[in-house]
Design a protein around this ligand. Structure first.
Ligand code: BGC
Length: 812
């Protein structure tokens, strides 16, 4: 692509321009041969490359090439290690270069509003600062290889239930402070090539046509100048999307939406300059991608496996280690129990499901360290029901051992894209196994594989717990390394583990539906809530144990009185006071001690990871700026600091604060009116220690306007955004639904998919909006069919029938 972008746009026909605004197929952009514009490819993402090889004759979700399966985001987030994220990113970039993938679809930076979101394994944290920082490093790693990223899913996409239509009702302050900050940091710091908008609506408008998000905030405020891509099938009104700032529709709409763009320009409802602006952004990345291509690029598969193992080991969080039972001693007689030790759960389900190029099994890795090991399966992976014979066998093995290591966690079918969890329990077969084994052998250690928090009813019965999350293809080896002390665990939780599911602040308001989900808890997400409400948790945010100990001393602050446009430097000395080399994640929290607006007890504003030899010490430095002290003031539509004292808290977790001091910050906007909800929504100033019940009036005060209806009104017309589940209450809709359901069941059964994939596909059908049927049916169902059906359901049966028949016969 030698020509200048503007000249190229000028030489295109209107049809050519419109054609570039949507995909060629599932994972390619269109090119234009005449102008030498190549077709570049995109691929999932984000924890390894997922390049599908399936086609109509060889269908199946699992049909994709073999690549390195890195630990998922919830795992690597626990490393709190920017360098590690960068290295993983670089390795991903290298694999993209090799496969000629121009852009990898990730990272995912949606905030973990509830641990139930089925896709949390793919997201980083409940904290936006940690999210933004780690995402930035991953992006920088990928992009340093000349490969692009797609920061996703923008925005307020915090659940899978009805994700293609749900309207997230979230007040502006909460949106800015919690749900957008991760995106903002990553955009400003790492400059991702692209951003992917989410499926859902945000305060009444689809993210794919949300001008406030896509243009005002993303571009005008944050300075993003790349293209915005739609999530796959997220387009609602294509022309409205284009005007709002959505550049590329993915995947292909078979020309249907391109035609709408052409028509709109011809009819004068879309300014061609808007289209040209989009083309400018698209051509820039196509050009960069083309220039960066290295068709002969190869990478070392073994060295990527080594990175995957390091990443998994650094991400393991040691949650408990009573009596220093870990690390295991070489002479120990060990019983390894649990099918996961030989059939690991190591990856998430859905679009990020990678086919690994190797797969380590913990049991096989452990016997490399010692041969003094017995194995017992403990549970049947095909069912949740405890198997008495397997448990008895496991107990027999445990009784003969010095130490028992149980591998347990969540089966694949429990958490996936497209599906939220209904509870936080492990399968009963795992829970019962752990308790029974611990009963016969008090030296029981549990190694967990799960993408998100689980309840641990047996926590007091076992001596140690390692949270391995979904460790990728080398998770088995990483667990062995930590168990035997070859790696000193240094992971810290990037999310709170509550005692029970009901304890989470969003518990009563998640996942909402059928139309809206109200973010009633506002800014009180994760530790911001638990710390403020002083609610006990199982394991707090930022927590994780080590085989060594660290001392914190000499907290110094370079300037105790600053204006909010000045920076302040904070430093602290960390010393390894134990006998093992190890790394400590040092966390800096800020607490506003004198605010009139409601604020969380403390917020993370800095962190660093230091590796120290025994006896070694090092100074860690942080720089704080206005944003470290500010809240988002909706009255002035800007970040604002209230003058006064702020405490700087430095700790080893959000609750283990080792040093504290104060600074005084003076605002540069003394006249800014501070929002005052003390009369209208007092609950946000004084959180209940019990259930987090927020009434509608309080939310209304916070939201600042009427709350939209969360149900279909009687007689309300069906639209392209009605879901298959919604239309079941209509006579014609029900008929249509039955046909679709029958057909998809047949297809699901005929395909050689694994059980989890079948469950996922079946459960997603009800949530599919009519607008996405053409895409999901491979255009067997066309827009015409949907139009016809809508007319029939909306009381125009005859016209609808004619339209439907024409569509089926492919006329008109
Ligand atoms: C997911 C995206 C993914 C895309 C392409 C969508 O369903 O939400 O995260 O990148 O599919 O596979």
């Amino acid at each position: 692509m030698k020509q200048d972008t503007q000249e190229m746009i000028a030489s295109m026909t209107l049809e050519e321009k419109a054609s570039l605004c949507s995909g060629l197929d599932l994972f390619h952009l269109k090119g234009i041969d005449r102008l030498g514009i190549p077709s570049i490819s995109l691929s999932d993402g984000p924890h390894g490359l997922r390049i599908e090889t399936s086609d109509q004759n060889n269908p199946g979700f699992d049909k994709c090439i073999h690549t390195t399966s890195f630990p998922t985001a919830s795992a690597t987030a626990s490393s709190w290690d920017r360098n590690l994220m960068f290295e993983v990113g670089r390795a991903l970039g290298a694999e993209c270069l090799h496969e000629e993938v121009a852009i990898i679809l990730g990272p995912g930076v949606n905030i973990k509003r509830s641990p139930r979101c089925g896709r949390n394994f793919e997201y980083i944290s409940e904290d936006p600062y940690l999210t933004g920082e780690l995402a930035s490093s991953l992006i920088e790693g990928v992009q340093t290889m000349g490969v692009g990223t797609s920061l996703k899913h923008f925005a307020a996409n915090n659940q899978e239930y009805r994700r293609m239509t749900i309207d997230s009702i979230v007040d502006e302050r909460t949106l800015r402070e919690i749900y957008l900050t991760g995106f903002e940091l990553a955009v400003k710091k790492a400059h991702p090539w692209t951003v992917m908008c989410s499926y859902n609506q945000v305060n009444g408008t689809f993210a794919s046509e949300h001008e406030h998000l896509l243009t005002r905030i993303l571009r005008d405020e944050w300075g993003f100048n790349g293209p915005v891509i739609s999530d796959w099938g997220a387009c609602d009104d294509r022309v409205a999307g284009l005007k709002a700032g959505l550049d590329l529709e993915m995947p292909s709409s078979a020309g249907v939406n391109d035609f709408k763009i052409v028509k709109a320009v011809r009819e004068g409802t879309l300014d061609e300059a808007v289209l040209d602006r989009t083309l400018g952004r698209l051509l820039e990345i196509i050009k960069t991608a083309a220039e960066n291509r290295q068709p002969d690029y190869t990478y070392n598969v073994t060295s990527h496996h080594v990175i995957a193992r390091q990443a998994a080991a650094e991400s393991i969080v040691m949650l408990k280690n009573e009596d220093g039972i870990l690390p295991l001693k070489m002479g120990d007689n060990i019983a390894v129990i649990g099918a996961f030790a030989v059939h690991p759960r190591y990856r998430g389900g859905g679009s990020s499901q990678v086919n690994p190029c190797r797969l380590e099994k913990a049991y096989c890795e452990l016997i490399k360290y010692t041969s003094n090991i017995a194995f017992s399966k403990g549970y049947d992976q095909k069912t949740d029901v405890p198997d008495e014979a397997l448990i008895r066998d496991a107990c027999a093995a445990a009784m003969c051992a010095d130490v028992t290591v149980v591998f347990a966690g969540l089966p694949e079918s429990y958490e996936s894209e497209g599906l939220d969890r209904e509870h936080l329990r492990l399968p009963e077969s795992h829970n019962m196994l752990i308790s029974r084994v611990a009963e016969v052998n008090p030296n029981t250690i549990v190694v967990l594989s799960n993408g998100a928090p689980v309840e641990m009813p047996w926590i007091d019965e076992v001596k140690a717990v390692l949270e391995g999350y979904l460790g990728g293809q080398a998770g088995g080896g990483a667990a062995a390394d930590v168990l035997f002390g070859m790696v000193n665990p240094s992971g810290k939780l990037a999310e709170t583990f509550a005692l029970n599911m009901e304890d989470y602040p969003s518990a009563r308001y998640f996942p909402g539906g059928p139309k809206t989900v109200e973010y009633r808890e506002g800014i009180y997400v994760g530790y911001r809530y638990f710390d403020t409400a002083k609610k006990a948790v199982l394991f707090p945010f930022g927590y994780g144990l080590s085989y060594t100990t660290f001392a914190y001393s000499d907290l110094t602050i370079d300037n105790r009185r600053i204006r909010d446009d000045q920076e302040v430097k904070v430093s602290i000395t960390i010393k390894n006071t134990g006998t093992e080399a190890g790394a400590e994640v040092v966390q800096l929290y800020v607490k506003d001690v004198e605010s009139t607006i409601f604020r969380p007890e403390k917020e993370l504003k800095g962190f660093d990871k230091v590796f120290l030899q025994p006896g070694e010490e090092n100074q860690v430095e942080f720089t704080l700026d206005k944003r470290s002290f500010a809240y988002y003031n909706v009255n002035i539509a800007d970040w604002h600091v209230e003058s006064g004292a702020f405490e700087i808290l430095i700790g080893s977790s959000s609750v283990d604060i080792r040093a504290r001091d104060k600074v005084w910050v003076e605002t540069t906007k003394p006249d800014a009116p501070v929002p005052d909800l003390r009369q209208t929504a007092p609950i946000y100033y004084n959180l209940p220690a019990g259930d987090m019940v927020i009434d509608e009036q309080s939310l209304k005060a916070l939201y600042g306007k009427e709350l939209p209806q969360n149900r279909r009104l009687p007689g309300e017309a069906y639209t392209i955004n009605s879901t298959l589940g919604d239309i079941k209450d209509n006579f014609f809709g029900k008929l249509f639904y039955n046909v679709i359901q029958g057909n998809s069941h047949k297809t699901i059964l005929e395909n050689e998919e694994g059980e989890p994939q079948k469950i996922l596909t079946a459960s997603m059908i009800d949530d599919l909006p009519l607008r996405s049927l053409p895409m999901f049916s491979n255009r067997f169902i066309t827009e015409g069919t949907v139009d016809g059906l809508l007319l029939m359901m909306n009381k125009r049966p005859l016209t609808g029938l004619i339209r439907l028949s024409a569509a089926l016969l492919k006329i008109g």
